[in-house]
Design a protein around this ligand. Structure first.
Ligand SMILES: [Zn+2]
Length: 369
């Protein structure tokens, strides 16, 4: 057991002025290629009911580079541009498989700027990383060590709204060992009042400080809105908003990491709901309790950690009336408004809505296997 798993290691780095300029240009080209291709694919489908393949979009990119208007695309590494086409292709595949919404345009302000480099577009020597079109290696802060002797297969560079630069190295990590198996299983329900509720009866709340951070965020947003458009003070206020956003996201991620590690370590089987994007949209109150981003983060963490440690993650369809079904006797209650937190079944059992749902999820997940 154990064996080789892919694992991403993420670090901050500090680009030189020249590197920052090259990366900003690359981000801009990635966004442009992604958006132009999305527009082309949308038009082909809308007017001719025709689907454009990855190979076809790649040929079009080559043509664009030959035009005078888009010749500047040649100034950046071609690999991140090809990867943008692959990402768009994957986004379409997810859409057609009904796993995601229709791909959206990348906005300069709202989307996270990033560029992905595969093996041919970077040099890895003596633990130093040099990207294509650059002379010097990146100044990376090695906040935790990379495993001995690994070579990254993919490198993703990004910059968040708070202006911080990150590099994520995807490596094949041979160091993870499967844990000894245990015979416990747990159901994990998205709570309406807490972050998640476990079938054991435990309710996991949002990270500490989140409420205080949200108040600070609201205040910073009000201050930002009051500043005069285009002024230096407004730019400063916007950066402050972005910093608080980044802090909330970091803490939440950290919290989800701890939660997912604990669930996977303590249980052989973890059962969760398959909350697809469409279902989230249908239930706005649920969407507010846990953002779909947080939920998909948690799910992804559980997925890869289960694979690392030799555990099983089971997903159960959302159509299961998990909160209306009595986990003791199996009777279905007809209506259960979202405001009702506890209810009594004719069989005599009193249920906390979320705990009952988590218990049903667990039972359904174990039955599915
Ligand atoms: Zn009952």
């Amino acid at each position: 057991m154990g064996g080789v798993v892919k694992r991403a290691y993420k670090y901050r780095f500090y680009p030189t002025g020249e590197q920052a300029e090259q990366l900003h240009r690359t981000f801009g080209c990635v966004r442009l290629v992604y958006n132009k291709t999305l527009e082309m694919r949308t038009r082909a489908y809308a007017t001719q009911r025709r689907s454009i393949s990855y190979a076809e979009s790649s040929a079009v990119l080559t043509e664009w580079k030959r035009t005078e208007e888009l010749a500047f695309l040649n100034d950046v590494s071609s690999v991140p541009l090809q990867q943008a086409l692959r990402h768009l292709h994957a986004a379409y595949a997810a859409f057609f498989a009904k796993r995601a919404r229709y791909p959206r345009f990348k906005s300069k302000r709202k989307s996270r700027a990033s560029a992905e480099y595969t093996r041919s577009a970077f040099r890895w020597r003596d633990g130093q990383l040099t990207l294509a079109k650059m002379d010097a290696p990146l100044d990376i802060v090695w906040s935790r060590p990379l495993p001995e002797g690994v070579v990254p297969s993919t490198v993703t560079v990004s910059r968040d709204a708070a202006g911080r630069w990150f590099v994520s190295l995807l490596v094949e990590d041979p160091t993870v060992e499967a844990l000894p198996s245990v015979d416990t299983a747990v159901g994990v329900d998205v709570g309406l009042t807490s972050l998640v509720t476990l079938s054991t009866g435990e309710k996991v709340t949002n990270p500490r400080h989140e409420r205080a951070d949200r108040r600070k965020l609201a205040k910073a947003q009000r201050e930002h809105a009051r500043k005069e458009k285009g002024s230096a003070n407004r730019a400063k206020a916007r950066l402050k908003v972005a910093r608080i956003h980044a802090r909330i996201a970091d803490r939440r991620r950290d919290h989800l990491h701890k939660l997912s590690t604990r669930l996977v370590r303590e249980n052989q089987t973890v059962v969760i709901e398959d909350l697809t994007v469409r279902n989230m949209l249908r239930n706005h109150r649920l969407a507010r309790a846990i953002s779909d981003a947080a939920w998909s983060d948690l799910r992804a963490m559980l997925e890869y950690k289960a694979a690392w440690y030799g555990r099983t993650l089971v997903t159960v369809d959302r159509w299961l009336p998990s909160s209306k079904l009595c986990a003791d006797c199996g009777q279905l209650t007809e209506s259960l408004p979202l405001t009702i937190r506890t209810w009594q079944c004719p069989c005599g059992a009193t249920h906390d809505r979320d705990i009952n749902a988590a218990r049903n999820l667990l039972a359904a997940g174990l039955a599915d296997r």
